[in-house]
Design a protein around this ligand. Sequence first.
Ligand SMILES: [Zn+2]
Length: 338
Amino acid sequence: MFDVSEARLWGLILGGPLKSMALCPLSISGQLNAFALCYKSRMRTILSCLFLLLFCSPSILAEVDPLWTTPVAPFRITDNLYYVGSEDLASYLVVTSKGNILINANLASSPPQIRASVEKLGFKWSDTKILLNSHAHSDHMGGAAEVVLETHAKNMVMDGDVSVVETGARTDFLSPSRNILTYAPVHVDRVLHDGDTVSLGDVTLTSHKTAGHTRGCTTWTMRSHFPGEPVGTTRNIVIVGGVGFWSEYHFVAAPGQPVSYPGIAQDFQHTFSELRALPCEVFLGAHGAYFDMLTKLKRYPQAGPRVFIDPAGYKEFVADAQETFKKVLSEQEAAAAH
Ligand SMILES: [Zn+2]
C-alpha cells in the first residue's frame, strides 16, 4: 500500500515537490500540469511513474495540501470576475449590479481567507447573495455552511450533488472513505439541472453537469469583458468542475465489485464530450493546478489577466483527462473480463 513516506520517496526519485502534487485529488492531467511547472522536459520519461501514482495516491489524499490553505493575493480576471481562493483551491467572486456570486466555499477553514480576499478587493462579504460550487467534495464545499450562515447567500447545487451537500458528504458514492471527508451539512435552496442559468443583476452564469468525479459535478461558463479590450467585446470563460478519479472509482463491474454508481462511465464520457464542445478562451477550474495558475500568475504583473486566455491549454487539459479515463476504463474492462 502506498503511503506518505512512499510518496516522499517517489518525490525524491522524481526529484521534485511531489507531495503537494500528490495530495491533490486532481486528474492525472491536472497533476501533470502542476508537475510541468518545473519539469516539463522530463515529463514524458516519467509518465508511467505518475500513472502509477494516480492509482496509489488515494491513501494520501486525506492530508491537506499546504497549497490548499496558503493564501494568494486576490486578483482580477475580467471586469466582473475575481479570484478569491488559495494557491490551489479556487474560489471566484462574480460581481454584479445586485450583489455578488461566490463559486466555491472551499475547506471548512477557508471562509475567513475567502472573506479577507473579498474585502481586500473592496467588496462587502454581506453582498454575497448566491453560493455556487464546482462539486460537493469537502475541499470545495467544506466551508459552505459558514458562508451561508454569515452572508445568507442562497445555496444552489446541481442535482446529483444535492444530498451530498445536505448530508455533508455522508451520501457521497465513495463514502465511507478516508478520502471523502465529511463537513457541516448545508441546506440547498435551489436545485440546478444541466444547462440551467443563474442570473443576478447584469450577470448570467450557465451550469453544465459534468458528472463522474461527483454525480453533480458542475462546470460553470459565462461571458465577460476583458480589461483593456474593445468595449462591447466579451470572452468565453470556462470554470472546469473536476475530471479526476482515483483507484476507488470503479467504472466497470467485476466479481464482488460493483460500479461506483450506475452510469458512472457514461457520465464521464458525457463530461468529456461536453467539455470538448464548450467554447473556451479563458481557462479556469476548481483547482489552480488545472490551469497552471501559479505559473500564469508569475506573468500577471506584466501581462495582466490576459495570462488566463489559454484555449490551447484548455483543449490539452480535456484531451489528457479523457485519454487517462479511456486507458483506465479499458484496463478495468480487461480486468473484469478475466
Ligand atoms: Zn473533488
